[in-house]
Unconditional design. Structure first.
Length: 370
């Protein structure tokens, strides 16, 4: 029995959308869900209590960053990530594969693992499937991700095939190295932009019986229509009784389209990153509150939004804070953006439960400007 288990509650009869529950050692959580990202054992500018208040369920922390600083052994001594950062709900750690991939020329991939240079001090470091698994066991999140190779876009077929097959071999090594009974391991489906390789990856990984499955190698620069096409080819072959997690996707349009194709879980740094740059997420698209047109706009970021920011402050005030370089500005927009996505996925769950998800999706996309 896996420590983390997905329960399918309902499937939409007119789309691939699914309503489910994710059972973990730290609680049971509803899907589809968005997971705020706490890269370095914190969701930037926010406390755990603020996350609870806005409906946060599972959050994500980053293996690569915590491996480098403060080090997984220190986190182990603290009692694991939950105690270290005082977050009492579900937690997932990624494997570090994507971060290593993004280092470009600063890393070298071999069958054994990846040699790379730290972005902090330039020192040489090494991650293998076994090390990434051991680090995540020390961190102690409910869900650990298998170490994979993220395929860049574009990539030719031969490279994508070799990389996909390596990800499968690495997945087997992760399973062999994993021993923590109160933590479950998710495999990561790769395959680049080739439907036949996606099918192959799904087949090989599902034979290994992971507790759930990430979908990697998407949203890496490809056009959105291509992403949706490949995603659809991927989810149609994935098991119905396991969670499906689209990694690194966190805009409302991509979430609603991915839910339509059967995805259950999402994460992305996008909402917190753009908040720090003065951009708010709304039901109609992005709103850059720094712009001069909001200097005397005393309406909230979005009418009808129930977040702390919209209930108490105006666009004009938040713009003033950004212009004055006040830290409170970053907090207010971070609160709004995360609340927006958490509430958006809550609305999606309600629409699926009430058999009106296709109408919800169509109405949202008609109003959304990207």
């Amino acid at each position: 029995m896996h420590a983390v288990r997905y329960e399918l509650i309902k499937e939409c009869s007119r789309s691939g959308a699914r309503l489910g529950r994710l059972h973990t050692p730290h609680g049971t959580f509803e899907t589809p869900m968005f997971m705020p990202v706490g890269t370095q054992a914190t969701v930037k500018t926010l406390s755990p209590e603020e996350l609870y208040d806005m409906g946060s369920q599972v959050i994500l922390s980053n293996t690569y960053h915590l491996f480098l600083r403060p080090g997984h052994e220190l986190v182990r001594k603290a009692g694991g990530l939950h105690k270290f950062m005082n977050y009492k709900r579900g937690m997932l750690t990624d494997s570090g594969g994507f971060q290593v991939f993004s280092l470009g020329e600063m890393r070298k991939i071999s069958e054994e693992g990846v040699m790379f240079r730290s972005h902090i001090d330039g020192s040489k470091k090494f991650l293998s499937p076994e090390i990434a698994t051991n680090v995540q066991e020390a961190l102690g999140a409910d869900i650990a991700m298998a170490f994979d190779e993220c395929i860049p876009y574009p990539a030719d077929f031969d490279y994508a095939k070799k990389s996909t097959e390596r990800t499968t071999r690495w997945a087997k090594r992760c399973l062999a190295a994993h021993s923590r009974e109160d933590q479950s391991l998710f495999g990561i489906v790769q395959g680049g932009m080739y439907p036949e390789l996606r099918k192959l990856s799904v087949q090989q990984l599902t034979e290994l019986d992971f507790a759930g499955y990430g979908i990697g190698g998407l949203s890496v620069g490809e056009p959105k229509p291509l992403m949706y096409d490949i995603l659809g080819h991927t989810t149609e072959d994935m098991p119905k009784d396991k969670a499906r997690y689209l990694m690194g996707v966190g805009t409302a349009d991509c979430i609603v389209e991915a839910v339509n194709l059967g995805v259950d879980m999402f994460d992305c740094v996008f909402p917190t990153r753009v908040a720090r740059n003065g951009t708010a997420m709304t039901s109609y698209g992005r709103l850059v509150v720094r712009n001069a047109c909001y200097a005397e706009d005393f309406s909230p970021i979005e009418e009808g939004c129930g977040c702390y920011t919209c209930r108490n402050f105006s666009r004009a005030y938040i713009r003033h804070l950004f212009k004055a370089e006040e830290i409170f500005a970053l907090r207010l927009l971070t609160i709004h953006n995360l609340y927006f996505l958490l509430n958006f996925t809550k609305q999606i769950r309600k629409a699926i439960a009430e058999d009106r998800f296709p109408e919800f999706r169509e109405r949202f996309l008609q109003n959304y400007q990207g």
